[in-house]
Design a protein around this ligand. Structure first.
Ligand code: GCB
Length: 633
């Protein structure tokens, strides 16, 4: 799937011709420009991550990285607790990758001889001693490069949890906060001919003022959890584009192309050969051009779960050319209905974490991801909620290919520090990075701005602004949030000012598990007073796979199964019900779940156990979805 290129060795002029200076940290999600003096003014612009990174010439820097665990951050701070990389020389930290010069030179660390981690991969699941570790780990990779004149180079990280400081050949490139979104640094002029050293300090310490905050119900996997790429582009390159159907218009593509570099004004051709359509647009002085492309009537196969057709789209400027595989579909709401390509759909979904239940750790690549999405399909799903943070770009591409609709989310989870502007800025940045990355993916139909955020004035302001932000970034998709419900006696309602701002009446509910039980839960009724599609974003019960008892015994498969049957009765009585994502596809690891027998630090609400066994409720949900499928044919 990836177009990987081998960097050939040796052509020495480039490294010498670029003066390279140390740079300061950048704001979250922003890239560092570090060009030769002559070009500094033009290129010092902060650039967003490259659209379609896997479609570029690139070198994957995955593989075995040497690592040093550094609980006291000795490799970052001197004994007065001042960062080495802020000192006049910028040197002194582990990123120097220093070796003793002579026998009387003592260096107290060494990547040589240190153990290695498979990257992408979290450290918690690769060394038993690090299972619960929260702190700093340094990781180093060596690679060969031959930078070419006239080309630009970007060091791209799919995700590092949570705070990353990145150094190339001993010089700091910058830092990034946020554990699930990509970031990049421009390294043109910093790459050496021959061997290069990249060192990453990753720190997964939790903080009240981060996104997410201290308290979550998932494992805090630390490290470089997604691909690391060195991408090559021409001097002036296609930085970004959006190619999607116009909102509610199945006859027209609307979007833009953005060039970056010196020759910003160019003709750019956007074409879909299979449909015989093409347009030539002219970029303005800022490198931008609007794309408007009429589609031939009766010729287009619209993307849907039943027919996940992807078209090869070519975007070619004078200096650069890219291909992408893009699905064409519209998504809208009308009253209670969700319209996919103008037709009402029921979202037969399930929630899932970015975690492999069978092998500890995050999903490591396409194989793991395919397993998860195939399990959802086996249950007759046409939709998944990728909770509670951005999953990887590969996952979304797979959903495009496999025909699975996606709810994509940011980790604005539970009790965020609502009143601090810098916390809002972080949340908005993560949301922006998610939208920037996945805006060309047909599978993504909903941007979720958060989960179970309790109503209050500061929270309403924060979440309201996030809703405005995401709409400004993308008008074509729906905006959702997993809201909380309120109970008055046996009546369950959604009373949240945020519901007015989003497109869906979407909420989590735990009737029969956290409140009430199987015997009594049918007394509840849901009153949803919004003329919007109702999506139940979570419900569920814990069941230890293989533990059997009667349906009144909590933790048994029978209990979970009965709860699903009861829940269908309750939810089917809601007039606007248009979908659900029960919690959750597979059992997942959580430090909040200490019961020694039933949990053992697993959340057991999975429909599939940690051994891959399908619990009874899996089949119950599957047959419920078969009925829904017939109903919405
Ligand atoms: C929720 C959360 C989810 C938890 C789940 C549970 O409401 O959104 O992250 O894992 O409940 O199992 O309690």
């Amino acid at each position: 799937m990836h177009k990987v290129w081998k960097l050939l060795l040796l052509s020495s002029c480039l490294a010498a011709s670029f003066a390279v200076g140390a740079q300061d940290d950048q704001a979250p999600g922003q890239a560092l420009a570090n060009q030769g003096a002559g070009k500094r003014a033009e290129l010092a612009r902060q650039s967003p991550t490259l659209q379609n990174i896997y479609g570029r010439q690139h070198l994957l820097l995955d593989g075995r990285w040497s690592y040093i665990v550094d609980p006291y951050e000795t490799g970052f701070y001197n004994y007065r607790h001042q960062p080495f990389d802020q000192s006049p020389s910028g040197a002194g930290g582990f990123y120097d990758d220093r070796k003793p010069k002579s026998k009387d030179d003592a260096v107290e660390y060494s990547f040589e001889g240190s153990p290695t981690l498979a990257i992408p991969g979290d450290w918690n699941s690769q060394n038993a001693k690090l299972e619960n570790y929260e702190g700093t780990v340094w990781m180093r990779q060596l690679f060969n490069a031959t930078p070419k004149d006239g080309k630009r180079y970007f060091l791209y990280f799919g995700a590092v949890n949570y705070e990353a400081h990145v150094y190339l050949n001993g010089k700091k490139l910058g830092s990034h906060k946020g554990g699930f979104t990509p970031f990049q640094f421009e390294v043109t002029g910093r790459l050496l001919n021959g061997q290069n050293t990249v060192v990453v300090k990753a720190d997964n310490t939790r903080h009240q003022d981060d996104i997410p905050t201290l308290n979550t119900d998932w494992w805090n996997y630390g490290g470089i959890t997604r691909d690391v790429l060195l991408a090559e582009t021409p001097d002036t390159y296609i930085e970004d584009y959006q190619i999607q159907l116009a909102k509610g218009d199945m006859g027209r593509i609307e979007g833009y192309v953005q060039l970056a570099g010196v020759q910003r004004t160019q003709d750019v051709t956007v074409s879909i050969a299979e449909l015989g359509v093409k347009t030539v647009v002219h970029t303005d002085a800022n490198g931008r051009a609007v794309v408007n492309l009429a589609l031939p009537k009766n010729k287009v196969r619209y993307w849907s779960p039943e027919d996940p057709k992807l078209y090869n789209v070519s975007i070619a400027s004078t200096t650069d050319k890219l291909n992408d595989r893009i699905g064409l579909r519209t998504i809208e709401t009308r009253g209670h209905d969700i319209l996919l390509n103008g037709k009402s759909v029921f979202l037969r979904g399930v929630s899932l974490h970015d975690e492999n239940p069978l092998i500890p750790g995050r999903l490591r690549g396409e194989g793991d991801m395919r397993m998860m999405l195939q399990w959802a399909k086996d249950m007759n799903c046409n939709y998944v909620r990728l909770a509670h943070y951005p999953h990887s770009e590969e996952m979304i591409k797979l959903a495009d290919e496999m025909g699975i609709l996606v709810w994509a989310e940011v980790p604005v989870y539970w009790t965020i520090s609502w009143e601090k502007p810098e916390v809002y800025a972080n949340a908005a940045q993560q949301l922006t990075d998610l939208v920037v990355r996945d805006k060309n993916r047909a599978s993504v139909i909903i941007w979720s701005i958060g989960n179970e955020t309790p109503v209050s004035a500061p929270r309403n302001a924060f979440m309201g602004k996030l809703a405005d932000t995401v709409r400004a970034l993308d008008r074509t998709r729906l905006v959702g949030a997993a809201l909380e419900v309120h109970r008055t006696g046996d009546v369950v309602t959604v009373e949240d000012p945020l519901a007015e701002k989003i497109d869906l009446a979407s909420f989590n509910e735990y009737a029969g598990w956290y409140w009430s039980n199987n015997k009594e839960m049918l007394k509840f009724s849901f009153k949803v007073n919004y003329n919007k599609p109702v999506l139940v974003t979570e419900f569920g019960a814990d069941a230890l796979g293989g533990y059997h008892a009667d349906s009144d015994t909590k933790w048994s498969e029978e209990y979970q199964d009965q709860l699903y049957k009861n829940t269908f009765k309750l939810l089917d009585a809601i007039p606007g019900l248009r979908g659900m994502t029960p919690w959750v596809l597979t059992d997942f690891r959580s430090p909040r779940r200490p019961h020694p027998y039933f949990q053992d630090f697993w959340n057991r609400k999975g429909l599939i156990s940690e051994t891959g066994k399908k619990k009874q409720a899996f089949y119950t949900l599957k047959s419920y979805y078969e009925q829904k499928q017939q109903q919405y044919k």
